[in-house]
Write a new protein. Structure first.
Length: 70
């Protein structure tokens, strides 16, 4: 079973819109804001990736946002 990622659908306008209800420009604008909020929440929670733990499956902010919207 193949899992679609943002990188695979970002150039397919109809697929991206069907999965997220956003076009590429809207998604990328939202990703910038999402990134700032994500970083603020990580800092507020006192999380530090350098302190160990398992690496996240969704490594980029775009992957995280795509997953949340889908």
């Amino acid at each position: 079973m193949a899992i679609l990622t943002y990188d695979e659908v970002k150039d397919k306008a109809s697929t991206l819109r069907a999965m997220t209800s956003l076009d590429r420009e809207e998604f990328e604008t939202l990703a910038v804001v999402f990134g700032h909020v994500w970083d603020e929440q990580e800092e507020a929670a006192g999380k530090d990736a350098s302190k160990g733990g398992r690496p996240p499956e969704l490594r980029t902010l775009e992957q995280r946002l795509f997953f949340i919207l889908f």
